[in-house]
Structure formats: structure tokens, C-alpha cells
Design a protein around this ligand. Structure first.
Ligand code: ZN
Length: 222
């Protein structure tokens, strides 16, 4: 089933599904757990539209390509074109706030990094971006105050607070828009806090955003 943007309150969303522009290493504690060096500038990558799948209900992970990790990230739905934009324009263009899992084939990513190759196959494969329904921005309050979490089989794994981002949302959107025009229907993933780990078929995940959005999903293999 093709992915479509949906609001939690059932209001229609006529924005087409687009690309996902993502940032790596945007929380200091995750940089440390990966053993990575702090980057001088945001580390950007893109997941194609074909990576998007709904988060709720069930997500399918590859079982024959090494470890597949969850990265729980605050996600933004873009509602207006952004190109070389100002921070004010960036915030104005946010049409939805949600959660996405940046699914990552970690073993493959390590191989590609070691070889000096692009990460694409490890993060852009079909189904690599599981996206929640969207909350209207007016309903969630200031983005920098948002918190989110992921529990795996009832055990808390990740807790994020937008205030801890190395590059905060308005600056991040501006930076992204200098390289990649953000179009209506595109989404932005804002990086993962610490606590990433492997998924296995049969896992039950619960994702919570600001106590306003609660999503349950089951992991299956494919
Ligand atoms: Zn990520």
C-alpha cells in the first residue's frame, strides 16, 4: 500500500508524499554512542519517497541484510516550498509534527562508511522510513519543548527532547534548504537521541510524542 500523509484528527491532507531530508549526529549523546566525531556542519542525507511507510500497525524489516536498527526521530511535514529560507519562514512552513523511525541497516552502514562509500543502501531502502500520522503544529506548542520516546517490548529505549538538538529545527531547515529545496509534502527527520538498537521480528514498539500522539506497531520480517 502506498504511503499517504494523514493527520491524527482526520482532517484531509492533500500534500503529496515526497522525499525525506534527514540529519545524522544531531544529539551529542548519540554522537558519543556511535563513537563518531562531532561534525562541524549538519550531516545530511535523503531517503527517497519509496522509503516511506506508515508506522502504525505493522512495519516490515529486512531479515537477511544484517542488523536493522531503530532511530526514533521528531519528524516535520513541510507545507510550503523552502529554498535558502529564513528561520521564520522555516517555522511558518511546518504543516505537521510527528515521529518517524529512521530504520538503518547498521552492519551495512558500517561497511559502507569503512569503504568511504555513500550510506544510501543502508538508510534509503524501501520501507526505511516509518512515519506516524501528523499533529497540527498549533496543537503541539513550541517545537523546542517537544519530548518523545520509544519503548521496545515494554522497555524504554529512547527518550528525546528537542531542546537537546545540536542544530535546532529552524536553523536545520534553513541549512537543508540551502542544499535541497524542500517542497510541499516533503518530510524532515531531525536526528535520533541515544539508545538506538536492533529490531527483531515479533517486537512490539510504542512511540509517544508529547503525550499527544501514541503509536503502537509490530515488527515483522521480510
Ligand atoms: Zn537518524
Amino acid at each position: 500500500m502506498a504511503y499517504r500523509h494523514v493527520f491524527t484528527d482526520g482532517t484531509a491532507c492533500d500534500l503529496p508524499a515526497g522525499k525525506a531530508v534527514c540529519v545524522g549526529l544531531n544529539y551529542a549523546a548519540h554522537v558519543a554512542e556511535m563513537g563518531s566525531a562531532k561534525a562541524a556542519e549538519p550531516v545530511l542525507f535523503i531517503k527517497p519517497r519509496t522509503a516511506l511507510v506508515p508506522l502504525a500497525g505493522e512495519i516490515a524489516i529486512p531479515v537477511d541484510r544484517g542488523a536493522c536498527h531503530f532511530e526514533t526521530e521528531l519528524a516535520l511535514l513541510i507545507g510550503a516550498p523552502l529554498r535558502d529560507c529564513t528561520p521564520a519562514a522555516a517555522v511558518e512552513a511546518i504543516a505537521g509534527v510527528g515521529i518517524a523511525l529512521d530504520l538503518t541497516l547498521r552492519d551495512l552502514q558500517k561497511q559502507l562508511k569503512t569503504a568511504g562509500h555513500p550510506w544510501e543502501r543502508s538508510k534509503g531502502f524501501d520501507g526505511a522510513c516509518a512515519v506516524s500520522e501528523w499533529l497540527h503544529p498549533a496543537a503541539v506548542g513550541p517545537i523546542e519543548e517537544l519530548t518523545f520516546s520509544l519503548a521496545q517490548n515494554g522497555i524504554s529505549r529512547q527518550r528525546g527532547h528537542a531542546a537537546a538538538m545540536i542544530t535546532p529545527v529552524p536553523d536545520l531547515l534553513c541549512y537543508m534548504s540551502r542544499w535541497f529545496t524542500l517542497e510541499p509534502g516533503d518530510i524532515v527527520l531531525t536526528g535520533t537521541p541515544e539508545g538506538v538498537g536492533p529490531l527483531a521480528p515479533g517486537d512490539v514498539l510504542e512511540v509517544v510524542l508529547a503525550e499527544r500522539l501514541r503509536v503502537a506497531t509490530r515488527v515483522v520480517g521480510r
